[in-house]
Design a protein around this ligand. Structure first.
Ligand code: ST9
Ligand code: ZN
Ligand code: ZN
Length: 333
């Protein structure tokens, strides 16, 4: 990092100012004390998420006891590729610009992203850029100071804090707004998510291996969708609470192997908040970091290029000077 007076990346320099801004963070914390704020629950979202969880429980039961084997495999594949739409797509490519991708690869990732239904990429990336720049303040949409449930999913059940909107408005999102692939997704978001998150996951098992509509819908659509949401949300909750901090001790995000497994390679969150522009997002091997595997595979066939990495020397110095080794801790105790 800049503290070492070294260039961060082996390829081109960071073109996004996404590192946490400690000065602005302290100002936001002071400002928040002055802004009157009353939490407003969005009951429509509460009702939708309660319904989704009931449907997911039905799906889990059907998956264990009644689904055909090809359906089980299909649910797993949808989870992994929907996950890539978030990790390789919305997160590492679009929010962080940690590598570049050709148009066909961007179209592929945009389609995968629809499978996961987590808001369109531009909205997802705007919230995520707020999260990195103003971590653990009221300008962070899933501010962990408001508790682990708020960080996990509570933030999607209430109106956003005014600070998210005030500070977020200062972000430059032009790079994403000018991407025709993302513009297409934004303009067609509802039909796209209906098709890729619900309709195709139901129709494919029925059409190709005679699964029942009931089982296909509840396993491949609702259960799989709900599971992917929780895997993603765990990065905001578990990976900001319980684990170890070998890279930077002073931040809340931690390394957490369990979340790295369920989130197809995103649980090295202490590394990621320290070096947000590194496309690997952790030092975990490809065995745990399937997203890195996908990006490397795409690079091997020319669909991805300019992968940014931090020099090993810089990482080792960071570990020696700012990390706290492998000791387990709870960030919020
Ligand atoms: C979901 C997203 O689940 C999950 C993201 C998790 C991120 C994790 C990251 C971790 C790293 C990556 C790990 C990946 C692992 C993946 C593993 C996979 C196996 N900046 O929002 P509105 C302004 S989504 C600037 O309505 P309310 C703006 O003007 C789940 N401005 O605010 C905006 O208008 P517009 C499905 C901002 O009314 C206006 O405010 N989706 C910002 O307070 C109104 O915005 C849902 O459930 C900002 N950041 O409502 C939908 N934000 O947009 C849930 C807002 O037109 N969302 N503004 O410019 C909602 O219903 C609402 O957003 C709300 C807040 C009720 C939460
Ligand atoms: Zn984080
Ligand atoms: Zn990130």
């Amino acid at each position: 990092r800049a503290i070492f007076g070294q260039k961060l990346t082996k390829t081109d320099a960071m073109d996004l100012d996404l590192d946490v801004d400690p000065k602005e963070c302290s100002e936001i914390l002071e400002e928040s004390k002055k802004i009157p704020y009353k939490m407003e629950i969005v009951w429509r979202n509460v009702a939708l998420f309660v319904a989704l969880h009931f449907a997911a429980l039905i799906g889990l039961y059907e998956l264990i006891f009644n689904a055909k084997w090809p359906t089980v495999g299909f649910v797993f594949l949808l989870y992994v590729f929907g996950g890539f739409g978030i990790t390789a797509g919305a997160h590492r490519l679009w929010s962080h610009k940690s590598y570049k991708a050709t148009v066909p690869m961007r179209i592929f990732l945009m389609i995968c992203n629809n499978i996961a239904l987590q808001n369109d990429v531009i909205e997802w990336a705007r919230d995520h850029r707020c999260h990195h720049k103003w971590t653990d303040t009221d300008a962070d949409p899933h501010n962990t100071r408001r508790g682990i449930f708020f960080a996990h999913m509570g933030w999607l059940l209430v109106r956003k804090h005014p600070q998210v909107k005030i500070m977020g408005a200062k972000l430059d999102m032009k790079d994403l707004e000018e991407d025709p692939v993302l513009d297409f997704q934004r303009r067609n978001y509802i039909p796209l998510v209906l098709l890729f998150c619900f309709i195709l996951p139901t129709v494919i098992p029925v059409f190709f291996w005679n699964e029942t509509v009931f089982i296909a819908f509840y396993t491949a659509a609702t259960f799989r969708y709900c599971f992917t949401l929780h895997a993603t949300w765990c990065i905001n909750s578990a990976a900001h609470y319980i684990g170890w901090k070998p890279y930077t001790h002073s931040i809340s995000s931690v390394e957490n192997v369990l979340t790295t497994i369920v989130a197809v390679g995103e649980g090295g969150h202490n590394f990621h908040h320290t070096f947000p522009q590194d496309y690997r997002a952790s030092e975990y091997s490809i065995k745990y970091n399937w997203t890195r595997g996908l990006i490397d595979l795409a690079a091997a066939v020319g669909a991805v290029y300019d992968r940014k990495t931090v020099d090993d020397l810089v990482i080792r110095r960071q570990v020696e000077t700012h990390g706290s080794g492998m000791q387990w801790e709870n960030s919020r105790m």
